[in-house]
Structure formats: structure tokens, C-alpha cells
Design a protein around this ligand. Structure first.
Ligand code: ATP
Length: 363
């Protein structure tokens, strides 16, 4: 396996910048997920590492060697796509053997490698079947097996689970994780499904508009989003983000919400807000960081229930505060109905503060 480095990589399509000065190190044996909204440059980045498209600037380094001018076949990488790309008329065995036959490997060696990969992926009983005789999950395993037999230095995966139904996706997620653990593989994995990134990846790279927004462990990206984009993108339901002005009332630091609410900050949050020097702040609060109360209490924000969404073990309540719509979670036994007046308390130790101008997190 090998480390992969992108050093200040740029990809332009005419005037359009698809990948903008991207620097990223994927360590040997690390599983990194590239996430971000549609069109943010995830697939382009993967294809640049694979060599399927040429970059405009910067260096791509695999295993310590600059591979800018190397053909895809010489980069020693294997790709797994969402459509599997299996040969329909070949058996599973022949699908797995194909890349090895292309390399003119001796038959006995091919047999051993195919059996070993089939064993790892528990597809031995399927070796004589054809792709159409397999379920989606089995086909996906064969596609993975075909990548595995080549013993590549790096696995590149582009939404490999997106054609599977929800239940199978969850199962394959855990199998892929196990696969990574056992193979100690370097994996770069493109997905639009945050759950896949959060559950499988050692680190996730969040991209937007060709720019890298944050590169960190899923826990850090969730708990300490670098800016309002990451805060709003990672986590479901999305974090509540409320623009506000900072004001002093006596010794208290008070946020005056653009939507008519106000909230006195704790001493710690107040210091943070003042230290930024910015009088415009964005207050970030996940649904679990807001307490919903059914009577007025000091330092709460008044709102009105818009909709109630029970999901089983948690109920999401959407609350209008002025023009803003916030989502709050409550235990399922809480009785609340549309149009009820409610009061919201921000849990100070769970709040995020962002600079209103730069949108960057305040520290
Ligand atoms: P998705 O999740 O929708 O697959 P993505 O994050 O993988 O999106 P990319 O496919 O990497 O996004 O595309 C990044 C940007 O580059 C997009 O704006 C896209 O329209 C543009 N783009 C991609 N390929 C080309 C091309 N061949 N010519 C021109 N523009 C392109």
C-alpha cells in the first residue's frame, strides 16, 4: 500500500475551476472519504489521482513518486465504480481473472489469486455464476474482488454502494470497513452519503466549489466544523445557523438575532464572541443543543411550532422564531403540536460561533 499526496492540484475546464489548489495527504493504509455537494469536485479529484484526466497544475504523488506523467495502468491503482462494470458474459471467476490474464500471469497463479480474493469476500460459491445471476450486493463484492486480485497500492472508489438498496448499503458499509481493516488498504472513497463517510472513513475531506473546506476525522468535522458551510453540510438534520449582532448589556454579551430574538451568552462564549472583534456572528446550534420548553423561562427565545416529525426514538420539532425555522429534537413522549407557543434555550456548552463576515469558526 502507499501514501497518496495531492500537492496544490488544480483542474480547470476552460475558465471553470473544478479543483482549486487542493493539497491533501492520504496516509498509507488510511481510508479517506471525499464528500461535498454535487459538482464540488469529488469525482474529478478521484479521476486525477487515477490519471483518467489530466490536471492543470500541481503534483500528484503515489508512494513517494510523482505520477503526473504516468498512464493510469502504470499508477498501480484499482478503481471500483457504482455501476460495477462487470463483463456480463463472463463468469465471476473469469471477471476476477481478467485483469490478471491481461498481465499474462501464469494460470496457476491466477487461480490462487482469484480463490484468495473470493475467500476474503465470501464469494467462493458464486465463482461459476454470471453477473446477472447475482444480487446487487454480490455484484458489488465481485467488483471489489476484481480490484483486490490486482493487489494495487491504492483503491479508488466512486460511490460504490449507491446502486444498492438502503439495507444492503448498510451491510456493505460494514463489509467494506472490515475489508479495509484486513487489507490495510489505502482507500480514497467518493460519496454524497455522509453516513458512509462518517461510519467508514478515518478522515473526511469536505469540498465545496472545488475548494477543500475541512480535512479531519469525522468526529472533529462534526464537533468542530471549520466554517458555516461544513456546519450546515455535515449532520442531519442540518445545524441551525442564525445570524446575529453582538451587543453589550452591562457586563453581559448578548446576541441580537436578525429575526428578533436575543440570547445572553455564557462568560466563555461571550469572551469568544468579543475576542473575534467582529460584531456580526453566526450562532450554530444542532437540534440536540436546543432545549424546547413549554413555558417562558429567563434567557429563552420565543417561537411557534411549525411541524412535528416523530421518527420513533426521537421527535424533530420545527419551530418558527421570527422568520427563521429551527429544528429541535425532543424525546418522543413530549406532547407538542403545530402552532403551540414554545420557548427555546440554547445549551451554551454545545453552541458554535462563527464570524459573520468570514463564516469561519471562532476559537
Ligand atoms: P457529483 O456528486 O454530482 O458527482 P462531483 O463533486 O463529483 O459531483 P465533479 O464531477 O468532480 O463533481 O465535477 C466538478 C465540476 O467540474 C462540476 O461543476 C462539473 O460540471 C465540472 N466538470 C466535470 N467534468 C467536466 C468536463 N469534462 N468538462 C467541463 N466541466 C466538467
Amino acid at each position: 500500500m502507499a501514501q497518496v499526496q495531492l500537492r496544490d492540484v488544480v483542474k480547470r475546464y476552460g475558465p471553470m475551476v473544478a479543483v482549486n489548489h487542493l493539497s491533501l495527504t492520504i496516509n498509507d493504509g488510511e481510508f479517506v472519504a471525499l464528500v461535498g455537494p454535487s459538482g464540488c469536485g469529488k469525482t474529478t479529484t478521484l479521476n486525477l489521482v487515477a490519471g483518467l484526466i489530466e490536471h492543470s497544475d500541481g503534483d500528484i504523488v503515489i508512494g513517494g513518486r510523482v505520477v503526473n506523467d504516468l498512464d493510469p495502468k502504470d499508477r498501480d491503482i484499482a478503481m471500483v465504480f457504482q455501476n460495477y462494470a462487470l463483463y456480463p458474459n463472463k463468469t465471476v471467476f473469469d471477471n476476477l481473472a481478467f485483469p490478471l490474464r491481461m498481465r499474462k500471469m501464469p494460470g496457476a497463479e491466477i487461480e490462487a489469486k482469484v480463490r484468495s480474493a473470493a475467500n476474503v469476500l465470501s464469494i467462493e460459491p458464486l465463482l461459476q455464476r454470471r453477473p446477472r445471476e447475482l444480487s446487487g450486493g454480490q455484484q458489488q463484492r465481485v467488483a471489489l474482488g476484481r480490484a483486490l486480485v490486482r493487489n494495487p497500492r491504492v483503491f479508488l472508489m466512486d460511490e460504490p454502494l449507491s446502486n444498492l438498496d438502503a439495507k444492503l448499503r448498510v451491510q456493505m458499509r460494514s463489509e467494506l470497513k472490515r475489508f479495509h481493516l484486513e487489507q490495510r488498504a489505502t482507500v480514497i472513497y467518493v460519496t454524497h452519503d455522509q453516513m458512509e463517510a462518517v461510519t467508514m472513513a478515518d478522515r473526511m475531506a469536505v469540498m465545496n466549489g472545488g475548494d477543500l473546506q475541512q480535512y479531519d476525522t469525522p468526529a472533529r468535522v462534526f464537533d468542530a466544523p471549520a466554517n458555516t458551510f461544513v456546519a450546515g453540510f455535515v449532520g442531519s438534520p442540518a445545524m441551525n445557523l442564525l445570524p446575529a449582532r453582538v451587543s453589550m448589556q452591562g457586563t453581559d454579551v448578548v446576541l441580537l438575532g436578525a429575526d428578533g430574538w436575543n440570547c445572553t451568552l455564557s462568560a466563555g462564549n461571550g469572551r469568544k464572541a468579543l475576542a473575534s472583534g467582529s460584531d456580526e456572528i453566526v450562532l450554530g446550534a444542532r437540534h440536540g443543543a436546543i432545549r424546547l420548553l413549554q413555558e417562558e423561562t429567563p434567557n429563552t427565545v420565543h417561537g411557534r411550532v411549525y411541524t412535528v416529525e416523530p421518527t420513533g426514538d426521537i421527535t424533530y420539532v420545527h419551530v418558527h422564531v421570527g422568520a427563521a425555522l429551527l429544528v429541535v429534537s425532543v424525546p418522543p413522549e413530549v406532547q407538542v403540536a403545530p402552532d403551540d407557543p414554545v420557548w427555546l434555550r440554547f445549551e451554551q456548552d454545545k453552541l458554535h460561533l462563527f464570524d459573520g463576515r468570514t463564516q469561519q469558526a471562532l476559537s
